[in-house]
Design a binder for this molecule. Structure first.
Ligand code: CMX
Length: 443
């Protein structure tokens, strides 16, 4: 057993005792109640999932293993001369729960690098998609095609002991995570830069640096990639992508099935696809304004027109957050430092000043503040990734870090098959005392 796996195993043994004690001694304690509105309204806010990887406070935002994003970005080791930390270091933090040293990250990087080889048939799967296909559909299929590589699947068939599920899942998780950036870059080059073709990975580079290299981008796009993957890695367990990954894994489907499903959930415009929608919406504004910076009145009109036509303002609102998303703030600070004069960033900045008040006046959204997606596309656009259909693929690569770490722990702690109970509308009406009307068919 390698040093990292051994450390993880010791943590698992300790944690298993905590979970067992909780359930054995306090299993019947009530910690939440459920209202009719929650049952009908997407289970919003019901405390019904456990994860120790991250926690989302409505006012403070996300903490990874107890660390805020500014702490994560300043405490994780960084490549020489880089502004943003190693993505591999974040994987260590999420999985193990401790800030790694530079040396530990170096060792983990070697492990990731050695597993970068993508089977030839994955490129064939990608190449067989028609060129108008959405990159998220291609990514999902590419991950799915690798299911035959799953150690978990092979060892399960060979009668693996339940206690070892985490081990095979850990191997699968590193194998898949090492390959995802290569697959993402391949999809980008195939769809948008066919004349340049596919680049082989550079074995001297870290995950973020190599992704920038394979995308054909110069510095500081390596830091942009590291920042992007780290910011999108986890947002506790109830969001659609993380929850889908966990749900599918709960039936003991391997990580290839689970991450492909996670990608499918992320591809919706109310979730990860919002970053592409923000860019589409901003381009609409830019065209309307003939490329000039809109006045405050122009902006207000554009926002109201969107709302009055029954659409949402992409990049604003959140199911849990009730303040500006710190993932938005980190990217805003990056923009102010590196691209303060970028035309599109100025639009985003101007919108920040008018949208929250308009959403308050509109009176529907519980959170009028921007979320991560309001900023992230603008950074990509500035560094030449203007094909905004691709942005959610970047989100998916980042989100996999958190979901994969969670699935390893799900297996380690023996979390159960997910199976909530549903009721019919008749039953709900009966529970709240609504009398059934007798319908007379004769009339
Ligand atoms: N623009 C207009 N209306 C909005 C809104 C927005 N940005 N955010 C919420 N609302 C509306 C909802 O559509 C809902 O309307 P109905 O009552 O007619 O259904 C009402 O306000 C109440 O919604 P809520 O409780 O505040 O928000 P939800 O938890 O239901 O939904 C979210 C959260 C993110 C889907 C929603 O805020 C939204 O649609 N935002 C725009 C899309 C977006 O940016 N998504 C990305 C979120 C981050 C991520 O997952 O990547």
């Amino acid at each position: 057993m390698g040093a990292l796996k051994e450390k993880l195993y010791k943590k698992i043994l300790k944690h298993r005792t905590r979970t067992r004690t909780l359930v054995k001694e306090h299993g019947d304690k009530v910690i939440d109640q459920v209202t009719v509105a929650q049952v009908v309204g997407g289970m919003r806010g019901i405390k019904s999932l456990t994860t120790d990887i991250s926690y989302l406070d409505p006012y403070e935002g996300i903490r990874y293993r107890g660390f805020t994003l500014p702490e994560v970005l300043s405490l994780l080791p960084k490549p020489k001369g880089a502004e943003m930390p190693y993505v591999e270091g974040l994987y260590y933090l999420l999985l193990i729960g401790e800030m790694p040293s530079h040396d530990l990250v170096e060792k983990l990087m070697v492990k990731f690098r050695n597993r970068r080889i993508v089977p030839r048939y994955v490129w064939d799967v990608i190449d067989s998609f028609p060129s108008e296909s959405h990159p998220m559909a291609i990514l999902s299929a590419a991950v799915m095609s690798m299911q035959r590589e799953s150690h978990f699947n092979i060892q399960y068939k060979n009668g693996m002991n339940k206690k070892d599920y985490w081990d095979a899942t850990y191997e699968d998780s590193i194998n898949l995570m090492a390959k995802l950036p290569l697959i993402g870059a391949y999809i980008y080059n195939k769809l948008y830069k066919p004349e340049k073709g596919h680049k082989n990975p550079n074995p001297t580079l870290d995950l973020g640096g190599n992704f920038a290299y394979m995308m054909g981008k110069d510095k500081p796009y390596d830091d942009v990639s590291r920042m992007y993957f780290i910011l999108h890695a986890d947002h506790e367990s109830g969001n659609v992508s993380a929850h889908t990954g966990h749900l599918v894994a709960s039936s003991l489907s391997d990580v290839y099935y689970s991450i492909s499903a996670m990608i499918n959930g992320l591809a919706g415009p109310l979730h990860g696809l919002a970053n592409q929608e923000v860019l589409r919406w901003l381009q609409g504004l830019r065209v309307q304004m003939g490329n000039k910076l809109p006045s405050e009145e122009d902006l207000k009109k554009y926002v109201w027109d969107t709302l009055n036509s029954g659409q949402v303002i992409p990049g604003y609102g959140h199911a849990v957050l009730r303040k500006t998303d710190p993932r938005y703030t980190v990217q805003r600070e990056f923009c102010l430092k590196h691209m303060p004069d970028d035309g599109l960033f100025k639009y985003v900045d101007a919108l920040y000043k008018v949208v929250p008040d308009i959403l308050r006046e509109h009176g529907k959204a519980k959170n009028p503040w921007p979320n991560v997606d309001a900023q992230s596309g603008v950074v990509q656009w500035h560094y030449g990734v203007k094909e905004y259909d691709f942005y959610t693929v970047l989100f998916a690569i980042g989100r996999s870090i958190g979901v994969l770490s969670n699935i390893v722990w799900d297996r380690a702690l023996g979390y159960s098959l997910e199976r909530p109970k549903s009721v019919t509308t008749d039953m709900l009406e009966e529970m709240v005392g609504i009398k059934k009307e007798v319908v007379n068919d004769a009339n």
